[in-house]
Design a binder for this molecule. Sequence first.
Ligand code: SF4
Length: 284
Amino acid sequence: MSRPVILAGERSAEPPDEIAAIVLAASASATSADLTEIFVSVQGEGVVAGQVHLFLRFAGCDLRCSYCDTPGSLGLDQVDRGVRIGGGLLRGQPRREPNPVTQERLLQLVDEAVEPLGHRPMVALTGGEPLLRTPYLVELLPALRARGHEILLETAGTRVENLERVVSWIDLVSMDLKLPSVSGEADLLGAHRAFLEVARNADRRIQVKVVIDPRLDLAELERGVRLVAEQDSTLPFILQPEFRSLRTTDEAHRDLIREAVSVARARLTDVRVLPQLHKYLGML
Ligand code: SF4
């Protein structure tokens, strides 16, 4: 069957709802899923930065954030190249296996990848948007938990019903707060609010990440901060300077961070500024 093509890193001519419909139609299988990467590496983001994680990067996303650093995961055309296994902390040259990957095969690959570590690291579900693979995750996550893995979900925080189906298996929900001035996407605050409510009602550990760069609209950030504070003013709130715009000697950049922290600290108690550690380490 030929695959619908959404070009990597490009904004599709299709309206967002049609992109979502195309991606979702390709994501309905409970028995197999398309991935772009499986690797072990140092977690570079958020409150668990510095820990060794096993990353499962699922293909496909219904957003097109301007700062996306995984454009290879966005287009379903990338899927035909197969899933790349290796890199990061794994020894040897990366190899590829064809997509889609069955549940049974993925669990074998997980076991192989973590065997040299001698322990079961947290599994980071990332993408793309992993929640587009919800039927697959409903089967996979209990098996991962039974093996002793904790589960981290890295998500754009818009697919509320999908989260409801898997939230009981998630140990840490890492929700991106997408600000239109930086992401180039539509205002998603309504979806973010409902998403946080589901995670909170399930009593999950939560962190909220927001990518900032010189385009940041502080009024937008303030609305996002208010939304998070309405849920829980103690949630970890991660300001993540966009890597390519980082200029530590640039006064304007320091002003940006200072002002963003000020806005966030006005309502939240756990505000952190964390660039992506793995990029400093030169790792995936
Ligand atoms: S939600 Fe994540 S994977 Fe999707 S386009 Fe935005 S940054 Fe990229």
